[in-house]
Every structure is written in structure tokens, then in C-alpha cells.
Design a protein around this ligand. Structure first.
Ligand SMILES: [Cu+2]
Length: 495
């Protein structure tokens, strides 16, 4: 048997699929173990996110439960690396450990081999791609006993229809670089931590489709403290991991070679750590480097094309190549003067621009000749704080005064998908209370606004429209909204 990870749809989404039958049997066994056991289902979920209060409120533990110190001492527990450039490698190691643990349990229970399947929700060739496989929603197993895969609550059993800016997409796969700019603010992989000027930033795949799927399924999936308990979480993350792999294996995409990433997370001597496959196996430590091809934690997929944006010829949807990431520049064109508070109605921010610089940037956006300088424009929304585990905000540019946002789809810049907003906003949380950050590529929209005469080079107006996760009494605060210009040089065809 090939040891590749496979599309869950290939074997069917129900109990005919032996991977799902065995997943249910293993999960039932692991979920019967107490959280004090490092191989219990709850311990595995708590490695992603853990909070005594939230877990107690959710009746996952009670006052008498012995919580292992390793879940609260920043070694094994509450480790998910969201909004950093370790998001992809940390989760890859997490999937590796989880798959080995479940496979060992399956082997013990049935003698079968097991691989973690992925949920290919962006597969345009599968009409049922957006529906949660039925094995996760059925009330019972094939023998009439309760279905463990449906034990933890979800808000929805399919990805619902929504306006395009709020929907899952492969737009992020167009990005050619993992990390760009001195502070790594732009790129596929997420912002490097520690640079003072920008808050922490989600990478493009993390923002969408990763966050969007978490929010659309909702329930435990919509809360990073609880998401790892939903067995569907692992099939979702397996697909995110596959998208990263598809991206890395495509010519024209540049993975980072920076030592801080390869040997990260740092500081020196700090590694990620996961439990071994069985209680007899020692925990293993790893760095981001170990997750790359030929690394100890690398796993293969049966297919890197379906639902990834990679076409039959091997070319991935891509933006114009802008040259080596270390030669590209990211500059600030303007920043909002005051924080924006988003309650129950749209809130606007104003960014003053220097007109000559703005016009130069606009002209460089359209460059196409090899050797010429090309620009892309981004809106960076930084230090976003709020109290909901998940929130969504639509972002519009240069809406006319008094205009209803939903009648101006031609002004939509995108949406903020804020998974773990409460967690990132807590001063005692792993993010130090810095909040979340997200960038939106507004190059195409800026081009349309210029052509429509709706772009004023002295002034950019940004309107934030609440969709979910905020109210008048519990608003979302965006500390800064900035306009960034990224420049590079269009490669010569022979490069
Ligand atoms: Cu996730």
C-alpha cells in the first residue's frame, strides 16, 4: 500500500471508506482516555489550544480533573502558531504526530494501515466538495452505536454560500514568495515575529482558506482553544498542509531559506515538541527545517493538483514574478491616524497619502516589460483586537459618502477572517495581546478604482463593515490601517 495521504472523497465520505471507519474506532478509543494521558484525544486537542476556564465551561474537564502540567507550562499545550511564519511548519509536525498516534491505535485495534485523509473542499471537479463528509455528521456508526466523529459540536455541516470576498479561495496561492520585506509582513507564510513596526501577520493561506473554513464550520472549529477536538479539524489541516506542499513543489515559488525560519522557532535551543506514536515512544523535537521535503516529518500526498490551483501543465496560478524576495522592497505609503472601532455599523478610516508617491506606485502597478520595476499595493490591518473567538469584517475602499456597502461590490477589497481573535487579544495569551494582523492585496482593486476615477492620490478611505463577532458594546478595534507598496523587478525570460 502506498503510504501517501489521500483525498477523503476518493474512498467515499461514509462508512464504506475504511479510513473513516478506522478513524472512528481509533478516536473512540483515544477519547475514552483521561486528559492526563498524553495520547488521549483531549490531550492531542489541547496541544493546539488549551484554557482551563474555557474547557471547564465546555464541560471537557471539571474542577476535579488532574490537568497535566505540560499543558500549561508552554511545552506541549496551547502551542498553535497562528499569525506567524511558523504556522505551516508547526501544524505539519502536529499532523505528523497525530497521524502516527491514530495509525498506531488503528493497527492495535484492527491490524490495518492508516493514513490521514484530507478534505478537498476547493476541488471544482467534485460537486459535493463543500459538504462535510457524512461520516462526520451521521448519528451512529455502521453498527448503530454513537458516532464519535460527530461528538463535538459544529455550527454547520457544509461550507455555506457567501459573497465572493468572504468565500474560500485559492487567491493566496498566486503569491510567489513565502516571506517578503525586512519584516516579512507580506507573503504566503506569515509575518516574522519580533519586528516592532508591524503587528503579527497571518500568511495568505492561513487567512484563506484556513481561517475561513474554521469560521464557516463554527462550533468547536470556530475556536482555536477547542478546534483540535473536532476530528474534522485534522482533515482540514491536512488540506492546508497539502496546499503548502503544492505551492512549494511549483516552479516559480520561492520558499524561505532564512536560518531563523529553518532552525526556528527559537530562541536558540527552543524546538517544537510532540508526543511519540505510542506511550513507548519518546516525544520528538523538531524545527521548521525538519518538515520540508527530505526532512523527518515530511509526508507525501496522492495529488497536488486537484483543488490547489495547480493546472494540468504544472503551472500554478501566479502573480507576475517580482524577482528574488530579498531584493524586493516593502514601503509604507500612508497610515491611518487613529484606531478604528468596529461595532454593529460600518466604520471608516482615512489614510493620508503623498500624491506624487501614490501616483508613482499606481503607474508601476501596470508594468509588464522584463527588467522594469513592478509594484503591488497592500492594505495592512494591524493589532486587531476583540473578544469573539471568530470574527469577520468586510473591507471596502473609497466608498462614496453615505453609500450602502452591499450595493458597491466594485469597491470590495476583501474580508478579514479573524480566527482566534479573543486568544490573540488576551495579554496573558501566547501572542502577548498584540492582536491579529492581516494584509489584503488591493492591486487589482486600485487599478479598477483608478480607471473608474475613484482614486484620489492624496487620500484613501477604508470602510470596515462588521459581519460577525462584534457589537456596539463589544467592538473590534483595529489599531492601524496602512497602505504598503511592494516593489520588485520583473524577471527576464532567460532568468
Ligand atoms: Cu486551523
Amino acid at each position: 500500500m502506498a503510504n501517501e495521504r489521500v483525498d477523503v472523497a476518493a474512498g467515499g465520505g461514509g462508512w464504506d471508506n475504511p479510513l473513516l471507519r478506522n478513524y472512528a474506532l481509533a478516536m473512540r478509543a483515544l477519547d475514552a482516555l483521561p486528559i492526563s494521558d498524553q495520547h488521549s484525544w483531549k490531550y492531542l486537542g489541547a496541544m493546539h489550544g488549551f484554557d482551563v476556564d474555557i474547557w471547564t465551561q465546555s464541560a471537557l474537564i471539571d474542577a476535579g480533573t488532574a490537568v497535566p502540567p505540560s499543558l500549561t507550562d508552554d511545552t506541549f499545550g496551547d502551542q498553535c502558531q497562528h499569525s506567524t511564519w511558523y504556522f505551516l511548519p508547526w501544524h505539519r509536525g502536529y499532523l505528523f504526530a497525530f497521524e502516527a498516534i491514530v495509525a498506531a491505535k488503528v493497527k492495535e485495534l484492527t491490524g490495518d494501515d492508516w493514513v490521514l485523509p484530507y478534505w478537498n473542499y476547493l476541488d471544482a471537479t467534485n460537486a459535493a466538495a463543500r459538504t462535510v463528509p457524512v461520516a462526520f455528521t451521521a448519528a451512529t456508526l455502521w453498527d448503530g452505536t454513537p458516532n464519535p466523529l460527530a461528538r463535538y459540536p459544529r455550527a454547520r455541516s457544509a461550507l455555506p454560500p457567501v459573497p465572493p470576498q468572504r468565500d474560500i479561495s485559492l487567491e493566496g496561492m498566486k503569491e510567489n514568495d513565502f516571506s517578503v520585506g525586512a519584516d516579512g509582513t507580506l507573503g504566503l507564510g506569515g509575518g516574522t515575529t519580533g519586528f516592532a513596526h508591524f503587528g503579527e501577520m497571518a500568511g495568505e493561506i492561513e487567512a484563506n482558506p484556513h481561517n475561513v473554513v474554521h469560521g464557516m464550520i463554527g462550533g468547536y472549529m470556530g475556536n482555536p482553544y477547542l478546534a483540535g477536538l473536532d476530528p474534522l479539524f485534522w482533515l482540514h489541516h491536512c488540506n492546508i498542509d497539502r496546499l503548502w506542499e503544492a505551492w512549494m513543489m511549483t516552479p516559480g515559488k520561492t520558499m524561505t531559506h532564512e536560518g531563523d525560519w529553518l532552525d526556528g522557532p527559537g530562541p536558540i535551543g527552543r524546538t517544537f515538541v510532540m508526543p511519540g506514536a505510542t506511550p513507548a515512544d519518546a516525544p520528538f523535537h523538531y524545527t521548521a527545517r525538519d518538515t520540508l521535503k527530505h526532512g523527518r516529518l515530511h509526508r507525501d500526498y496522492d495529488d497536488l493538483r486537484k483543488g490547489t490551483g495547480v493546472s494540468g501543465g504544472g503551472a500554478l496560478i501566479a502573480h507576475t514574478a517580482m524577482g528574488a524576495p530579498e531584493l524586493q522592497r516593502v514601503e509604507l505609503l500612508g497610515v491611518s491616524a487613529d484606531p478604528v472601532h468596529v461595532g454593529s455599523i460600518p466604520a471608516a478610516a482615512s489614510i493620508a497619502l503623498e500624491p506624487v508617491a501614490a501616483n508613482v506606485a499606481i503607474q508601476m502597478m501596470g508594468a509588464s516589460a522584463p527588467g522594469s520595476t513592478i509594484a503591488r499595493l497592500y492594505l495592512a490591518l494591524e493589532s486587531i483586537r476583540g473578544n469573539a473567538p471568530y470574527a469577520t469584517v468586510d473591507v471596502y475602499l473609497n466608498l462614496p459618502d453615505g453609500a450602502a456597502p452591499d450595493t458597491h461590490a466594485d469597491h470590495v477589497a476583501g474580508s478579514l477572517h479573524l480566527f482566534g481573535l479573543d486568544r490573540a487579544s488576551r495579554p496573558d495569551g501566547g501572542h502577548g495581546g498584540n492582536g491579529l494582523g492581516q494584509t489584503l492585496d488591493i492591486t487589482d482593486l486600485a487599478d479598477q478604482l483608478v480607471k473608474a476615477g475613484d482614486f484620489d492620490p492624496a487620500h484613501l478611505r477604508v470602510t470596515l463593515v462588521p459581519v460577525e463577532g462584534s457589537s456596539e458594546t463589544d467592538p473590534i478595534t483595529v489599531a492601524r490601517v496602512s497602505l504598503l507598496k511592494r516593489t520588485g523587478t520583473i524577471a527576464q525570460p532567460s532568468d
